[in-house]
Design a protein around this ligand. Structure first.
Ligand code: NAD
Length: 337
């Protein structure tokens, strides 16, 4: 029986890289019934709403979505749809793996899974300006909220993920030395949860700045990282860079009621419409999705084909130093299946 999945092609390079991924999934024999929906700028243009009810209803029904990147206007216009979707479905865990596959990079042997708290911290959207005299923007404040509930479930998710995936160590990344309350609570809860896994999973702690330095000095020593929203956002781009760039890293947004799979990268407006975008990140997001849907074997087949083409490095896109188009690269992966 085919599995219903919501498809949001997204903006910029989104439609071309999700198309490529659908072609790959079909070639691999994945029996999926796609429910095409809009969000972001494409939805504003079509129905004047960045996040139409039909899209929300579809995800509520299918419980799983594959999503292309969505454009968010900087500093004005509608708020991030990605953040809104994470809130709407309480997608509290953002899982971003980064693995060395491509040859000839500065680093080898990187295999990091970053688990980012996805619903709290500085991303809750509580911000305001403070007017002083006639300067309406004399000051600005953004509030970070960490709750015991939120910190508990993300740490538990990270440790359970580590066990389920045969990982050996979890690093708790924080800034509790300066942000003693919000980051302090996150760390306090993390330490408590970690004790429950004693003897099964190794635990260590890193202050985020030291972690950033060590990630570019000795990335191969990291295994699973768990951290708050903003640090996770920044460090996951960093870990993408260690393995060949944003074109390669997928992300799963997981909640109890639904899950949305996407690339870590954005809409790449500089290369949109040129047919040269790298679809790997969305392809690997689809691999995470198949795993989530209990189709582990098919997921492995697709991942092996993608990694094979990357390892050969003969038919890769421009961001990886090659000259293949999105279509040529996709053909090469399909041929490898
Ligand atoms: P970006 O990730 O779109 O692009 C950064 C750089 O990486 C660009 O040079 C781009 O060409 C390159 N790049 C990204 N993906 C690539 C791919 N698949 N193949 C080849 N090259 C690729 O980041 P940005 O320019 O800061 O953001 C553009 C827009 O995307 C913004 O509106 C931002 O809000 C949005 N965005 C959305 C998401 C999401 O939907 N999850 C994530 C990040 C950014």
């Amino acid at each position: 029986m085919s599995i219903p999945v919501t498809l949001i092609p997204g903006d910029g390079i989104g439609p071309s890289i999700t198309d490529a991924t659908l072609r790959l999934l079909a070639a691999a024999g994945a029996d999926i019934e796609w429910d095409l929906q809009l969000a972001g700028t494409a939805a504003v243009q079509a129905v004047n709403d960045p996040i139409p009810d039909a899209t929300i209803d579809s995800i509520r029904r299918t419980k799983v979505a594959l999503k292309g990147p969505l454009e968010t206007p900087v500093g004005k216009g509608f708020r991030s749809i990605n953040v809104a979707l994470r809130k709407a479905f309480d997608l509290y865990a953002n899982v971003r793996p980064a693995k060395s596959v491509l040859p000839g990079l500065r680093f080898d042997g990187v295999d990091i899974v970053l688990v980012r708290e996805n619903t709290e911290g500085l991303y809750i959207g509580v911000e305001n300006y403070i007017k002083i005299g006639d300067d309406a923007h004399a000051a600005a404040q953004s509030i970070a909220v960490v709750t015991r509930f939120g910190a508990q479930r993300i740490h538990r998710y990270a440790f359970e993920y580590a066990i389920a995936h045969g990982r050996r160590r979890v690093t708790l990344v924080h800034k509790a030395n300066i942000l003693k309350y919000s980051q302090g609570l996150f760390l306090e809860v993390g330490r408590k949860i970690a004790r429950e896994y004693k003897g099964r999973i190794e635990v260590e702690e890193r202050i985020v700045d030291a972690c950033a330095m060590e990630l570019v000095m000795r990335p191969e020593r990291y295994d699973v990282i768990v951290t708050t929203n903003l640090f996770g956002d920044i460090l996951s781009d960093l870990t993408s860079g260690l393995v060949g760039g944003l074109g390669l890293t997928p992300g799963a947004n997981i909640g109890n009621e639904a899950a949305i799979f996407e690339a870590v990268h954005g809409t790449a407006p500089d290369i949109a419409g040129k047919g040269i975008a790298n679809p790997t990140a969305v392809m690997l997001a689809a691999v995470q999705m198949l795993d989530h849907l209990g189709q582990g074997e098919r997921a492995r087949q697709i991942k092996t084909a993608v990694e094979g083409v990357l390892r050969d490095k003969k038919t890769v896109t421009g961001d990886l130093g090659g000259s293949a188009t999105t279509e040529q690269y996709t053909d090469a992966v399909i041929a490898r299946l």
